[in-house]
Design a protein around this ligand. Structure first.
Ligand code: SAM
Length: 246
């Protein structure tokens, strides 16, 4: 079980994704616990102001440090330990490895920025880690938080009935996964590869491995440097390379 605490100005953004599909089931099965905290509830004053103009001038509004600090103080009173992660396009890039690493925590606190960004003191004094989901800028940290929750949750035991399918996923194995086919066997003259209809388990496994290596070589050769390859894999790759250079 892993618990996510999300600090956000827009908790309603999470309602639909967390109430659908496998994430909903994971919450129902107590594999996943989600606690949404509206930062506005921790802001002082009648107007509960959570953002202000930047010192030194400039465009946009900046999220204030004090409501986020007050929220963290309350949330951290619970016993479960875990990192405070700030979502930011400037952070370390979130990968499958990060998702795997996150499954080892009992709890993760995610801070979602918004507007022009956050007061730097949140990053300096309150966050343990800064994570980006990719080299582009989104309106807020809510979508990145959902991406992280989804990627971590599906690795938890009991999340899917078919754990093998998760373990064979692209990036989990260090390679891209090969193609999938389902019924019908023939559609508009587009056929399913014969080997998949053969019922021959070993041949099918060999074909899948070859396709996975081929796809990785074609699309993401950079992944091959880090992948855990057998001697047989190396042989197949050499054949594939010689085929493409012919
Ligand atoms: N002005 C900031 C900059 O240039 O770095 C970007 C602020 S962005 C509009 C508002 C918030 O969205 C950020 O504080 C962060 O929480 C979130 N965000 C945007 N893009 C993100 C990304 N690629 N990964 C993670 N969080 C992101």
């Amino acid at each position: 079980m892993i618990r996510f605490d999300i600090l956000t100005l827009f908790p309603e953004m999470f309602h639909s994704p967390l109430n659908s599909s496998l994430l909903r089931k994971a919450v129902d099965k107590s594999i996943l616990e989600i606690h949404l905290h509206n930062i506005r509830d921790y802001a002082k004053g009648r107007h509960r102001v959570t953002d202000d103009t930047p010192y030194g001038g400039g465009a946009g509004m900046v999220m204030k440090v004090d409501p986020v600090a007050a929220a963290l103080e309350v949330i951290r009173k619970d016993t479960a330990k875990g990192p405070v992660v700030l979502l930011s396009p400037q952070g370390e890039k979130f990968t499958q490895k990060t998702a795997e690493e996150f499954t080892s925590y009992d709890r993760i606190i995610l801070i979602c920025g918004h507007y022009e960004g956050i007061d730097e003191r949140i990053r300096l004094y309150l966050a343990d880690r800064e994570i980006s989901i990719g080299d582009y800028v989104l309106t807020g940290g809510e979508l990145p938080a959902m991406v992280i929750i989804d990627a971590v949750a599906r690795l938890l035991p009991g999340f899917t009935g078919n754990r093998e399918s998760v373990l064979n996923d692209s990036h989990t194995t260090g390679l891209l996964e090969g193609p999938h086919y389902t019924k019908p066997r023939e559609y508009k003259g587009w056929n399913v590869p014969e080997v998949l209809l053969s019922g021959h388990e070993k041949r099918i496994a060999q074909w899948r491995r070859r396709e996975s290596l081929k796809r990785t070589l074609e699309r993401r050769p950079d992944l091959l440097k880090e992948a855990d390859l057998t001697l047989e894999d190396e042989k197949i790759l050499n054949i594939l390379k010689s085929e493409t250079s012919e």
